[in-house]
Design a protein around this ligand. Structure first.
Ligand code: ARG
Length: 477
């Protein structure tokens, strides 16, 4: 029952459609480790909901709108008069470009003026598109490496909806004039939520209100989930409350849908206890980070295989695939295993260790089970059809009972939006397996058929956990 058909052991959740707003970096600015966390946590949540038969709209709410674009566009015109013909590589590093344009903006009043007036003409739109496209290519490389699917609906997408949404809120008497701006006063907050700036422009909050309206009314989502650092908690708290005042959402005490949730997470710290940065540059290139994890795991693997004289058994392709699965998996797991609200210290040594609660340890545990199954002379596939599992030994019972809790665990992780719950389950499972395997002989024992099936069930559930965590399992290590 357990080893057959995946969907029979998925939980049943009280929602059908979820909008998951995650990753969401800003065009032309750095995609920092905070965005990496959002991408990894968001993807796992999406996978868990999808597994539970919930439709997930994976939304990349990129920052592709705002005052910085006038500055970027003017700078583009100035630096690259032939910008229209340029390929996406020609501008070079967009973050460097951003910094240079900011400097120009701060130092030259005439340039600043021009940047603030920019807009309207077709040529500005074309330039804006070009800049977005360059950024998008960079982001997509990271998503490809991480094997994360996202659909971009950036801030600009919701722009046309802002006036009508604000109009509605205004007619409900929620919007007031305050010091030249238009704001919503919210109980429990000293400063109001600004929805129209003093210069008449819209902002992050007005965009988020329009996006929420769209997600509720057009996309008909029942649960709208936002994954960002905890630093943005106040913003979310305020605009969720504004939406409740407008009657868009029920009181959270009623525990009804539709509902909104902010999935906050802590900082990524370096070994020095400060915000994580690499040595050479102040920003961490996500691609480099993943590369390093992979090459470190590759040299570990090579060393181990050489010592055991096993290197001949491995093709280059296998080596490459395995070190990628182990390295990338280590980065993801290190992020997911902690309660997301706590800060975590980024350390290659720690995450790539084969001891303790790491992805590497879990990959070894899984590969060991696979090798036990390979060593047996029995055919597991056949046993799955004709065999039975009997849980006679206490350690068999503990393992078996834990295996059937899988759906309950996924349900808990979804309900509380906590990927760490699934990580903890996976780790405990491998510990229970070790205890079982230490105390119960499998290959060559009279109980071999049943115990082999228990091994297989454990491997299947472990792989299912890996899959929900976005980690590629390896079968030999
Ligand atoms: N672009 C924002 C940032 O980098 C995150 C956006 C999160 N989503 C939202 N709907 N506000 O901080």
């Amino acid at each position: 029952m357990l080893v057959n058909g995946i969907k029979t052991w998925a939980p049943i959740l009280p929602v059908k459609r979820v909008v998951l707003d995650f990753s969401s970096p800003n065009i032309a600015k750095e995609m920092h480790v905070g965005h990496l966390r959002s991408t990894i946590i968001g993807d796992t949540l999406a996978r868990m909901f999808e597994f539970s038969n919930v439709e997930v709209l994976r939304r990349n709410h990129v920052g592709d709108w705002g005052t910085q674009f006038g500055m970027l566009i003017e700078f583009l015109f100035e630096k690259f008069p032939n910008w229209e013909e340029l390929g996406s590589q020609a501008i070079g590093d967009l973050q460097v470009f951003y910094k240079a344009s900011k400097q120009r903006f701060d130092e030259d009043a005439e340039f600043k003026d021009r940047a603030q007036q920019a807009g309207g003409e077709e040529k500005y739109r074309a330039a804006w598109k070009k800049i977005c496209e360059i950024s998008r290519n960079e982001f997509d490389q990271v998503y490809k490496l991480l094997d994360v699917q996202l659909e971009e609906k950036g801030e600009s997408f919701y722009n046309p909806y802002i006036p009508q949404v604000l109009e509605k809120l205004s007619s409900q008497g929620l919007i007031e004039e305050s010091e030249g701006a238009r704001v919503i006063f919210i109980q429990g907050h000293q400063i109001p939520l600004i929805v129209v700036k003093r210069d008449g422009g819209f902002n992050y909050a007005s965009t988020d209100l329009a996006a929420l309206w769209y997600r509720l009314n057009v996309e008909k989502a029942e649960w709208i989930i936002y994954v960002t650092d905890v630093g943005q908690q106040q913003h979310f708290d305020m605009f969720f409350k504004a939406a409740r005042m407008a009657g868009w959402l029920p009181d959270p005490k009623e525990k009804k849908f539709p509902k909104t949730s902010h999935v906050g997470f802590g900082l990524v710290l370096g070994a020095d206890g400060k915000r994580f940065r690499t040595r050479s540059t102040e920003v961490v290139r996500l691609g480099d980070l993943l590369d390093e994890a992979k090459s470190r795991s590759k040299s570990e693997l090579l060393q181990r295989l050489t010592e055991n004289g096993k290197i001949v058994d491995w093709t280059d392709e296998e080596l490459e695939q395995t070190s990628k699965a182990v390295g990338y998996g280590a980065v993801k797991y290190a992020d997911l295993k902690n309660n997301r609200l706590t800060n975590y210290t980024f350390s290659f040594d720690q995450m790539l260790s084969d001891k303790g609660n790491t992805a590497v340890y879990l990959q070894y545990a899984h590969a060991r089970i696979c090798s036990i199954i390979r060593k047996s002379n029995m055919d597991v596939e056949e046993l799955k059809v004709s065999g039975n599992i009997s849980l006679a030994h206490p350690d068999e019972r503990v393992l078996g009972l834990y295996l059937i809790r899988y759906a309950e665990i996924v349900e808990e992780a979804c309900t509380n939006l906590l990927p760490s719950v699934l990580c903890e389950y996976l780790y405990n499972l491998s510990e229970m397996f070790t205890r079982f395997y230490t105390n119960c002989q499998v290959v060559g024992s009279p109980e071999e058929p049943s115990r082999l099936l228990l091994c297989e069930a454990t491997a299947v559930v472990m792989r299912q956990c890996f899959q929900l965590l976005g980690i590629t399992p390896v079968y030999k290590l």
